[in-house]
Design a protein around this ligand. Structure first.
Ligand SMILES: Cc1cc2nc3c(=O)[nH]c(=O)nc-3n(C[C@H](O)[C@H](O)[C@H](O)COP(=O)(O)O)c2cc1C
Length: 158
C-alpha cells in the first residue's frame, strides 16, 4: 500500500530550513510517530486519515478513519461501535443518543467487548511519502521504498 503524510506548521510559517533525507529517521514509521506526537499537541484528532480502497473492478471508495499505531481503542469508541448503526438513516439525534445510552447500560461496569461486526484495516506500507510544506508548492517530498527488509530514501519532485 502507498501512504502519504504531510507535515505543515501553517501556511505562513514554513520551517527555516528545508527538510533533507538525512533529517529523517531511517524507519518511516518511527518518523511518522514523531510527527504525529507533534501534531497531536496542537491539533485534535491529528490521527484522522483518509483510507482509500478499490474493488477488483476498480471502483474506488474513501473514508475517514483513525490511525491506531497499536491497538489502543478505548471503551468509548467500542460503545460507539456497538450503538451506531453506521451509514444507516436515523430519524434524529435523540435516536442515536438512546442507542448509545442502551449500550452503556448493557456493558456498565465491564470491559466493552469488540463487536463481532467490527473491522479494521492493517496498513502494511510498501512506500511511505513524508511531505513537509514549503512555499509556492515547492514542498520537500521524501519517499521511502521497501527494498527487501530495508527502507530506501529519496527526494522526489513535489
Ligand atoms: C474524524 C473521523 C474519524 C473516523 N474514524 C472512523 C474509524 O476509525 N472507523 C470507522 O469505522 N469509521 C470512522 N469514521 C466514520 C467513517 O468515516 C464513515 O462513517 C464512513 O465513511 C461511512 O462509510 P460508508 O457509509 O461509505 O460505509 C470517522 C469519521 C471521522 C469524521
Amino acid at each position: 500500500m502507498r501512504t502519504q503524510f504531510l507535515r505543515s506548521s501553517g501556511r505562513h510559517q514554513e520551517p527555516v530550513r528545508p527538510l533533507d533525507v538525512t533529517d529523517l529517521d531511517p524507519d518511516p514509521l518511527s518518523q511518522l510517530r514523531l510527527w504525529l506526537e507533534e501534531a497531536e499537541r496542537v491539533c485534535p484528532l491529528a490521527q484522522a486519515m483518509t483510507l482509500a480502497t478499490a474493488t477488483r473492478d476498480a471502483a474506488p471508495s474513501a473514508r475517514i478513519v483513525l490511525l491506531h499505531a497499536i491497538d489502543d481503542r478505548g471503551c468509548e469508541s467500542r460503545l460507539a461501535a456497538w450503538s451506531s448503526p453506521q451509514s444507516r438513516s436515523l430519524p434524529d439525534r435523540d435516536a442515536l443518543d438512546r442507542l448509545y445510552a442502551r449500550a452503556a447500560e448493557l456493558f456498565a461496569g465491564e470491559d466493552v467487548p469488540l463487536p463481532p461486526f467490527w473491522g479494521g484495516y492493517r496498513v502494511l506500507p510498501e512506500t511511505v511519502e513524508l511531505w513537509a510544506h514549503r512555499e509556492n508548492r515547492l514542498h520537500d517530498r521524501i519517499r521511502y521504498s521497501l527494498a527487501g527488509r530495508e527502507w530506501r530514501r529519496e527526494r522526489l519532485a513535489p
